[in-house]
Write a protein that binds this ligand. Sequence first.
Ligand code: NAD
Length: 429
Amino acid sequence: MANPMADEMRRFKASDEKNPFEAMSERFDRAAQLLGLDPDLYAVMRVPSRELKVYIPVRMDSGHIEVFEGFRVQHNFARGPAKGGIRYAPDVTLDEVKALSAWMTWKCAVVNIPFGGAKGGIICNPIQMSQNELERLTRRYTAELFDFIGPDRDVPAPDMNTNEQTMAWIMDTYSMHKGYTVNAVVTGKPVALGGSLGRREATGRGVLFCVSEAIKKFNLLPEQTSVVVQGSGNVGGIGAQLMYEKGYKVTAISDVSGGVHNAKGLHIPEVLAYLQANKTLEGYAEADYVSNSELLEIECDVLAPCATENQITSENAGRIKCKILAEGANGPTTPKADKILHDNGIFVIPDILANAGGVTVSYFEWVQDRMGYFWREDEVNQRLEEKMVASFKELSDLAELHQVDSRTAAYMLAIDRVAYDTKMRGIYA
Ligand code: NAD
C-alpha cells in the first residue's frame, strides 16, 4: 500500500534548504510522525485547500497598463475562516505563499484561536510604485478575490510592505462590491475604521512576552539580558522598543541594508528616530555599523530575527552565539540549521509561537468588529499576554512530556488540534 508520508519525506530529502514550503513540510512530517498521525489526515492536512493565482491589470501613472501576478493560498478551514497577511515584494513565490499559509494554520492552532491559515502575495516592487498605483493594484486584487474572502471565509491582514492603508483600501473595495461596510473582512485596519487598539504593536509585544517567559528558564532578569534584533519594521522595531522600555539591553538592530551595534546597549528610541530621518542606520554615531550577517553572529542572550526567511542556515548556524532564539519573522531558520542550534544548546522560541501576537490581536479585532464593541488598549494587551503566556507554557510542557525541542512541540500541538477538529467534522471525500 502506498505510504504518502514516506513518499513525501523521500522527495524532500535531497531538496533545496531555502525553499520555505519544503522547510515547513519537513517540520510537519517530523511532528506528524511523532504523533502517529492517521495517513488520511496526513494527506489532507499537508496540502493547501486552495491556491489562487490572479493576473492584476493596473493602470500606471504614466498611462500604460502593467499586469502583476498575485496569489492567495488558503491552507486549511477546519477550525474556522482562513486568516493571513498579504505581502508585496519582487521576490514573492507561490511556494513561499504556500509555506506562509500553512504556518498561519499552525500558528492559529498553537495559540488556540478559531482560524485556519491563508496568505497572499503580489509580485511587485512597492518602493518604485506611487501611492496611486499601489491603491489601484490593491483594489483590483481585492476585486479578483471578492468571492473567496470575507469575514466568514478568509480574512487578510498586512505583511511585508503592506500596512493599515492597504487594509483600508481592501475593506473599502470589498464593501463597495457588497453594498455595505464590512469592516471584519480584514484586520490590521486603521483604528478609526474598526481596527483594534494595540494591533500595530501586537507582534512585537508577543515577542516580548515570549522572551520574558524564556529568560526565566535561564534565571535571567531583563536588565541582565542582552538582545540583538534583525529588522526594524513592525515586528523588529516595535519589539526592540518594547524590550528597551522593559529594561532589556538591546545591543544591536538592523534594517535591510545593515545594522548598528554597541555592546553597552543602544538607546532604541534614538536609533529608530535616526533611521526614520535618514532611511539608513549608517552614520549613527553611538555604535558600530555592521552587516546583517555580522549582526546575526554577535554574542548575546537573545537573538531575535524579525526580518525575513532563511537568515539562519546550515552555513551560519554554527556561528550563532545566543542562548535564546526568538523568531519574530516567519521561517528565519532552515531545518538544517535547527539541528545545529539544537546540538549547540540554543533554546528556540519557534516562529509559530513567537510572532503569534499579531494574529491573536487580529482575532480580537475581528471579534470586536463583529460585536461592534471596542475594547480599551490595556484590555487588549492583557488578553494578549494571557494567550501568549498560556501558549508558551503549553508548548514547554509538551516539549518536556515528549522530550522534543520546542519547535517540534509547537508543530505537534498545532497538528494535533487541527487533526482532532478535522476528524470530528469528518472528511467530506
Ligand atoms: P516590515 O516590512 O515592517 O519590516 C521588515 C524589516 O526587515 C525592515 O526593517 C526591513 O528593512 C528588514 N529587512 C527586509 N528584508 C531584509 C533582509 N533580506 N535582510 C535583513 N533585513 C531585512 O515587516 P514586518 O511586518 O516587521 O515583518 C517581518 C517579518 O515578521 C516577516 O517575516 C513577517 O512575515 C513576520 N510577521 C509579521 C507580523 C506582523 O504583524 N507585521 C506578524 C507575524 C509575522
